[in-house]
Design a protein around this ligand. Structure first.
Ligand code: NAP
Length: 277
């Protein structure tokens, strides 16, 4: 059987590890897009783009390149009928592909990957807390806002480290789940923001607005994990001198090798379903 050809384009450290994994089964070329890429992108069976595919809606996400490469310039080089995968694809980006008669699959919509990515995200959040707090997590009061994939893993890890952890949620099944792990619960109506040494937000909408921020001590470390536009009013937090860290892209930063392994197994599943072997 002729080995299929895969092009891995842009991205961060994860792409290097991904190429290593794929090279066991496929011919792989990796393009960090440092030089000229005219011609070189043609003739692949599968194109793997980074996550997020673009940070500003215009350029491809290329952490390793000084060059700013327009996403549309990459799209125009991909032949029709290619299999294209990428992560966190906005509807605007999707439209750019469709206009060129291309279809892109968002691997981040696969639940397995989202759950696995929550592991390095939770570990990275804890690492940031260690580095930015003057007290130990053990014995500290911590609040986790949201009991989704990240919230569940993070609250259990904090609790295991000896932090007195509370999770803010809103659904009865979440309260039962949290309590089953021996962790305290609260709601947005009842929460006493001034009680916590560290607050982690995982809710992907504005939850720590100016009114809530004013109830939080200047000494409390706030770590926002929610993707853009985030869950904290950053302008208000600066105005009122709150200690806020918006920590994005943690899987790729803190555990690129593990994160790329998760990505590899997810993409292999997708390719198997498409009968690309
Ligand atoms: P998720 O599983 O969808 O969890 C989000 C949680 O927020 C849900 O449990 C949801 O509960 C809860 N929520 C929404 N509105 C709420 C409210 N008003 N009050 C209380 N809870 C509320 O998402 P996830 O996978 O944990 O990811 C969370 C965020 O982190 C996303 O923005 C994701 O893109 C981002 N992320 C960041 C990193 C990083 O490196 N920082 C890495 C991966 C993902 P309900 O069921 O009640 O709506």
């Amino acid at each position: 059987m002729i080995k299929k050809k895969i092009a891995i384009i842009g991205g961060d450290k994860r792409q290097g590890y991904l190429a290593e994994n794929f090279s066991q089964k496929f011919f792989v070329d990796i393009f960090y897009l440092q030089g000229n890429f005219d011609e070189i992108l043609e003739n692949y069976d599968v194109y793997i783009l980074p996550m997020p595919i673009t940070k500003d809606g215009i350029h491809l996400n290329t952490n390793f390149s000084e060059n700013q490469v327009k996403l549309i310039d990459i799209i125009k080089k991909i032949p029709e009928n290619s299999i294209i995968l990428g992560g966190s694809i906005t509807s605007e980006a999707k439209k750019m592909f469709e206009t060129e008669n291309l279809k892109i699959i968002d691997y981040l919509l696969y639940e397995n990957l989202a759950i696995l990515n929550a592991i390095p995200t939770a570990e990275g959040a804890i690492q940031i807390a260690f580095e930015n707090m003057e007290i130990t997590l053990s014995g500290s009061n911590s609040l986790v806002i949201g009991n989704g994939r990240i919230g569940k893993i993070l609250s259990k890890k904090l609790s295991a480290l000896g932090s007195k952890t509370t999770v803010l949620a809103r659904k009865s099944e979440d309260f039962a789940d949290i309590l089953s792990n021996n962790i305290k619960t609260t709601t947005i109506e009842k929460v006493q923001f001034d009680r916590y040494d560290v607050i982690f937000n995982t809710v992907p909408s504005m939850i720590l607005d100016e009114k809530s921020l004013l109830k939080i001590s200047d000494k409390t470390l706030i770590i926002d994990l929610a993707s853009k536009p985030g869950g904290v009013d950053f302008k208000a937090s600066q105005k009122h001198n709150k200690k806020v860290i918006w920590a994005l892209g943690l899987p790729g930063k803190v555990a690129p090798k593990s994160a790329s392994k998760y990505l590899y197994t997810t993409i292999i599943d997708i390719l198997d379903n498409l009968e690309v072997k």
